[in-house]
Design a protein around this ligand. Structure first.
Ligand SMILES: Cn1c(O)c(C(=O)NCC(=O)O)c(=O)c2ccccc21
Ligand SMILES: [Mn+2]
Length: 254
């Protein structure tokens, strides 16, 4: 049968994922972030981009928040909307290439999970497809998961062919809260991964051209379970409190 010097194509594919996972985990340990270029190869990357643009043209994105366009906060002048997002689970029509991206990153993360003992990664969010419409739109400095909501790894897949720094829109990453940012170019077919917690404050610098990216957040099982339990606890307390509020006595008050 088709054994290539003793390996089947599947073996070679598995090895390739294992090698990349080793590089990713070593680099995450060393600097807290890691990017892989030419992740899918150009033709698949362009297919994913065309599906994202199609989502955009079919108005599947939310409207971004209303922001002033002159940056000094006055809302007097014309308003523009900043980042727009669409949540995709991968089963939607005309999202086959986006779905392929989601399963490919799942496979990479599954290999990484075997090498990271501090997390047990089994689930992720849906894909958040984001579009910055240009005109100086940006995303202020933040931490994705500052308060243990379960997210441990952020993956960002960039879809911007021919992007250059003069277009702005760099991802400024401050690993370990460093003063000087690491500036990541959001170029086509680049997969960036970083720890989602306070180790990685980051911001999107003002963009002067349309800028697309797909985010997948991966959960640590235990942190997520604790967070869900806390959420349910808060829901119960709120329910009891609102029961007492309108004077009803089923809140157990005497
Ligand atoms: C649109 N957008 C984001 O772009 C980033 C983010 O950090 N992006 C980094 C990047 O695109 O390089 C976010 O973290 C984010 C979080 C909640 C809602 C929307 C969000
Ligand atoms: Mn973020």
């Amino acid at each position: 049968e088709n054994r290539l010097n003793g390996y089947t194509p599947m073996d070679l594919l598995q090895n390739r994922f294992f090698e990349r996972a080793e590089f990713v985990v070593d680099t995450l340990r060393k600097q807290g972030y890691c990017y892989l270029d030419d992740f899918h190869g150009e033709d698949i990357a362009l297919k994913i981009l065309s599906e994202v643009k199609n989502l955009h043209h079919r108005e599947k994105f939310t409207d971004g928040e209303l922001v002033s366009s002159n940056g000094n906060g006055s809302m007097l002048n014309k308003k523009i909307r900043d980042d727009k997002i669409a949540w995709i689970d991968g089963k939607e029509e005309n999202c086959q290439a986006i779905s392929h991206h989601m399963t490919t990153v799942n496979t990479l993360i599954r290999f990484c999970n075997g090498l990271i003992e501090e997390y047990d990664i089994e689930h992720r969010t849906k894909a958040m497809v984001a579009c910055y419409p240009g005109q100086g739109t940006c995303y202020k400095r933040h931490v994705d998961n500052p308060n243990k909501d379960g997210r441990c790894i952020t993956t960002l897949y960039y879809l911007n062919p021919g992007w250059t720094e003069e277009k702005g829109g760099m991802l400024n990453l401050y690993p370990g809260g460093s003063e000087e940012p690491v500036k990541i170019l959001p170029r086509l077919d680049r997969l960036l991964l970083f720890w989602s917690d306070r180790r990685n404050p980051h911001e999107v610098a003002p963009s002067h051209d349309v800028r697309y990216a797909i985010t997948l957040w991966y959960f640590d099982k235990n942190e997520r379970a604790r967070f869900r339990k806390k959420q349910e606890e808060e829901e119960r307390k709120k329910a009891i409190f609102s029961g007492q509020e309108n004077g009803s006595n089923e809140g157990g008050g005497n």
